[in-house]
Design a protein around this ligand. Structure first.
Ligand SMILES: Nc1ncnc2c1ncn2[C@@H]1O[C@H](COP(=O)(O)OP(=O)(O)OP(=O)(O)O)[C@@H](O)[C@H]1O
Length: 457
C-alpha cells in the first residue's frame, strides 16, 4: 500500500490553518496525513511521522498515546483524553471514515486543546458551548424513562417524587447498587426541571485525585499555582450554573473537601482558588452513591451536616433483579443500542431471553448492557443460549467471574477480551460495593475503572 501523503500542497495548507489537530490513518493504521497542529501536539516532525504505524507513532510521540492506541486498534467511534508532552490536555474524537479523497477506509482523529474548549465556552456562554462541544458528542440512543415509568409503578413513584423535589429546589440523593441507572435518573430529573439545553455537569467524585479536587470543583484565577492556565479556569460548579450539578459517588469526597462543598451548599456562592471575589451560582444539586452514607456518617467518614444538606430527599433505586416488570423493555432498548453498530440487526431467541431473565445481575443494568454487547460480538444474527456467558448459564452461583463462551465463528479476539474485561469489572464493583474498592481489588487505579465503565456507554 502506498504511504505517500494524502493531498496536494494547497489542500495541506488549508488543514494547516486549523487549530485542531487532524490525523488520518489508513485501514492498516498507518499515518497517511497529519496537519501542522497535530504534529505539534504529538511532538513529532511531520515528514518523519508520515507512513509510521500508529504503534510506532505511540513510541515516538511526546504525547501519551497508550490509551488512544487501544481505541484506535478497537476501530470504533470513541472519545479520549490525551496528555501532550507539554502538559496540554487534548480532547480527541475518533471515528471511522469510509474514504477520504483517494485514500482507503481508515480512522480520522480530531484533537482539540481542552483549554481552547474552555475558553470558547467561557466567551460564548452556555448556548454556544453546546455548539463547541457538539463535535465530541455521539449521536446515541437514550433510555426512555417516560415510557418505562408506565411499566413500573415503583419507578413512576420514584420519578414523581424526584421531579417534585427538583421543582421545589430540594436536593435529591440517589442511592442504589452500582449500575442500577442512578445517572440516567439524575439526567431525567435534570431535564424535567431545567430542560435538555441547560448544563448537566456530571462530576465523578471518585475519579478526581484529592490534590485536584478543589481546583476542579471551584476553579482558579490566573497564575494561582504552578501549572495553572494563564487565563484561569472555571470550576465544575460554575460550569453547572443555570443547570444541574450531579455529584456521582459523593461518598468518595475527601473530608477536607466536604467542608468546602458544604460552604458552597449553604451560601450558593463559590470562591475560585487564588481569587477573593465570591461568585453566586444557581445550580440544582443531585448526588448519588452506592455506599451507605449513614454508616459513613456514624464512622466519622462523612460529615453529618453535609449528608443532611445533600439528602433532603433520599431516593433508593432498586436493583435490576427486583424490577422484573422492566426487564423486557430494557433488553429491547439495549439490543437496539448494539444494533446501531451492526450491519445485520441481532435478535434474541425466546430461550436466550428467558435464561437471561432468570439471572440475578449483581452488576444491574450495566451488566445486562455488557452481556448484550457480548452477545452482539459472539452471535451472527440470532443470539442463542449457547452465546450467553457461563455466569448466566450457571445462574445462582457466586459473584466470581467465570469463563465466557468463545466458540462463536467470527468473534474478534480484542472484542472478546474487552467483553470479558467489562464483565470482570461489573462483578468486582458489585462484589466490593464501590468502584474505588473494585479498583483496589483488581490492582488498577480508580481512573481505569471509571474510564472502562464509561467507555461502553
Ligand atoms: N432505565 C434505563 N434504561 C436503559 N438503560 C439504562 C437505564 N438506566 C441505566 N441504563 C444503562 O445502564 C448503564 C448503567 O447506568 P448508570 O451509569 O446510570 O448507573 P449508575 O447507577 O449511575 O452506576 P454507578 O453507581 O456505577 O455510577 C448505562 O449504560 C446506562 O445507559
Amino acid at each position: 500500500m502506498s504511504r505517500t501523503p494524502l493531498h496536494g500542497a494547497s489542500d495541506v495548507a488549508v488543514f494547516d490553518a486549523l487549530a485542531d489537530g487532524i490525523i488520518l490513518l489508513d485501514a492498516e493504521l498507518n499515518l497517511r496525513f497529519l496537519n501542522a497542529s497535530a504534529a505539534e501536539m504529538l511532538g513529532v516532525v511531520r515528514e518523519a511521522a508520515l507512513g509510521l504505524s500508529f504503534v510506532q507513532l505511540t513510541a515516538r510521540s511526546t504525547a501519551d498515546l497508550a490509551e488512544l492506541l487501544e481505541l484506535v486498534e478497537g476501530g470504533r467511534k470513541a472519545e479520549a483524553i490525551v496528555r501532550a508532552g507539554d502538559g496540554r490536555v487534548l480532547m480527541t474524537s475518533l471515528r471511522q471514515v469510509e474514504a477520504i479523497g483517494k485514500a482507503t477506509a481508515g480512522m480520522l482523529l480530531q484533537m482539540r486543546d481542552i483549554a481552547v474548549l474552555d475558553h470558547e465556552r467561557d466567551r460564548a456562554g452556555a448556548k454556544e458551548s453546546r455548539r463547541a462541544f457538539r463535535f465530541l458528542s455521539q449521536q446515541k440512543l437514550r433510555p426512555d424513562l417516560s415510557h418505562q415509568r408506565r411499566l413500573s409503578s415503583q419507578l413512576d413513584r420514584l420519578l414523581t417524587l424526584g421531579e417534585r423535589s427538583m421543582a421545589q429546589n430540594a436536593r435529591v440523593l440517589l442511592t442504589g447498587e452500582s449500575g442500577v441507572g442512578k445517572t440516567e435518573i439524575a439526567r431525567h430529573l435534570h431535564v424535567s426541571a431545567s430542560g435538555a439545553n441547560a448544563p448537566f455537569i456530571h462530576v465523578n467524585c471518585g475519579s478526581i485525585p484529592d490534590s485536584l479536587f478543589e481546583s476542579e470543583m471551584f476553579g482558579y484565577e490566573r497564575g494561582s499555582f504552578t501549572g495553572a492556565l494563564q487565563t484561569g479556569r472555571k470550576g465544575l460548579i460554575e460550569s453547572a450554573d443555570g443547570g444541574t450539578l450531579f455529584l456521582d459517588e459523593v461518598g468518595e469526597i475527601p473530608l477536607p473537601m466536604q467542608a468546602k462543598l458544604l460552604k458552597f451548599l449553604e451560601s450558593s456562592t463559590i470562591q475560585r482558588i487564588g481569587g477573593s471575589a465570591e461568585h453566586a451560582v444557581k445550580v440544582r444539586v443531585i448526588s448519588a452513591t452506592n455506599r451507605d452514607l449513614e454508616t459513613m456518617v456514624k464512622k466519622g467518614e462523612f460529615r453529618r451536616d453535609l449528608f443532611y444538606r445533600l439528602a433532603v430527599v433520599p431516593l433508593t433505586v432498586r436493583p435490576l433483579r427486583q424490577t422484573p416488570e422492566l426487564f423486557d423493555d430494557l433488553v429491547d432498548y439495549l439490543v437496539a443500542v448494539v444494533n446501531q453498530r451492526r450491519l445485520a440487526p441481532m435478535t434474541l431467541t425466546r430461550e436466550c431471553r428467558d435464561r437471561l431473565r432468570g439471572y440475578h445481575f449483581p452488576g444491574n443494568i450495566r451488566e445486562l448492557h455488557n452481556i448484550i454487547q457480548q452477545l452482539s460480538v459472539l452471535a451472527d444474527k440470532v443470539a442463542e443460549v449457547k452465546h450467553l456467558p457461563e455466569t448466566v448459564m450457571a445462574a445462582g452461583m457466586a459473584v466470581n467471574a467465570g469463563p465466557i463462551a468463545t466458540d462463536a465463528p467470527r468473534a474478534d479476539l480484542k472484542e472478546i477480551v474487552r467483553a470479558y474485561e467489562r464483565q470482570v469489572i461489573a462483578r468486582a464493583i458489585a462484589q466490593h460495593g464501590s468502584k474505588r474498592k473494585a479498583a483496589e481489588a483488581l490492582g488498577v487505579d480508580i481512573g481505569t475503572i471509571v474510564r472502562k465503565t464509561q467507555m461502553e456507554q
